[in-house]
Design a protein around this ligand. Structure first.
Ligand code: ZN
Length: 106
C-alpha cells in the first residue's frame, strides 16, 4: 500500500496529511486532518470498501476448469476486484466439509 504524497485541504481549513486508515480489518489509503481529526478515504479504496459492503455474504457461482493437471476455479470479476486479487497471487483454500470450502487472501 502506497500513500499519496500530497496533503489534502480539510473542510475545517486545516491540512489533512496522507495516512493509513483501518476500516473493517483493512488497511486503506487516505488522509487525516491534524486539526479536527476528520479522515478522507482514497477514492479507489473507498470504491473497494463499497464493493465489499455490497457483495458481502452474496453467494457467487464459480466454474471449475482444467488447468494442466490441476483444477482452476473461475470467479466473477466483481468478486476478484472486491478482494483485490491479482493474477498469480496465492490464496488460502480450506476444505470445510464434503461440499464446502473457504477461500481467503493471505
Ligand atoms: Zn480538519
Amino acid at each position: 500500500m502506497k500513500l499519496e504524497k500530497d496533503n489534502l485541504k480539510c473542510y475545517c481549513g486545516g491540512s489533512a496529511t496522507p495516512s493509513e486508515i483501518r476500516m473493517e480489518g483493512l488497511k486503506l489509503r487516505g488522509w487525516k486532518c491534524k486539526e479536527c481529526g476528520e479522515t478522507y478515504l482514497h477514492p479507489d479504496d473507498s470504491m473497494r470498501i463499497s464493493a465489499i459492503r455490497k457483495l458481502k455474504s452474496k453467494p457467487f457461482e464459480a466454474t471449475v476448469a482444467k488447468a494442466g493437471n490441476s483444477f482452476a476455479i473461475r470467479i466473477q470479476k466483481e468478486a476478484a476486484v472486491a478482494l483485490a486479487l491479482k493474477i498469480g497471487e496465492k490464496i488460502k483454500f480450506t476444505i470445510e466439509g464434503p461440499k464446502n470450502a473457504n477461500i481467503s487472501t493471505l
